[in-house]
Design a protein. Structure first.
Length: 172
């Protein structure tokens, strides 16, 4: 259970489906339907996802439960990083597990994959942004050795939300 596969451009339709589903499941109860629809149609359009997949400084991975895509991961290095947190770091821009597959260790497997890739690239740290009100995720990241090092604004329509920046130093 929980095999991981690198996402390619030919997987863009599947990537769009899992991206929209997991983002919606996570955030739709806290945002207006209009803001959600506008965000989803922009952030997860096929053209935007295709461009992200073609960026050599970004990588996507699916995690499967049996033969079903159960979640995904997006990693960024260098100029693909969304913030200038650590030039020698790797960013986890997205790490999502479908609600049906949560609490099965799949998030741990994706995090382990991230750390393995960061180590293979000689990165000194790994970092991510997490919504300040997503207590389960914050607890998970704290347990995995991440610490809050800052925050930034994230907009859903006109609604400003705060993401905590969390970082984990890697032992070289």
């Amino acid at each position: 259970m929980g095999f991981i596969k690198k996402v390619t451009l030919s997987d863009v339709d599947s990537l769009q489906r899992i991206s929209i589903k997991t983002f919606s499941d996570t955030f739709e109860k806290d945002n207006s339907p209009e803001d959600m629809q506008n965000y989803l149609s922009t952030a997860y359009s096929l053209s935007k996802l295709s461009n992200e997949l073609e960026n050599p400084n970004s990588q996507f991975y699916f995690i499967y439960c049996e033969e079903t895509i159960a979640g995904y991961l997006k990693l960024n290095i260098a100029d693909a990083q969304t913030e200038n947190i650590d030039t020698e770091g790797l960013e986890i821009e997205r790490i999502y597990i479908d609600t049906l597959y949560k609490r099965k260790g799949l998030g741990n497997k994706l995090l382990e994959k991230s750390i393995s890739i960061a180590s293979s690239l000689n990165k000194k740290s790994i970092w991510l942004g997490v919504w300040e009100h997503n207590a389960p995720a914050i607890t998970f990241y704290n347990t995995m050795g991440f610490r809050k090092v800052g925050k930034h604004s994230f907009f859903m329509g006109e609604d400003e939300q705060i993401d905590f920046i969390m970082k984990k130093e890697l032992n070289q």
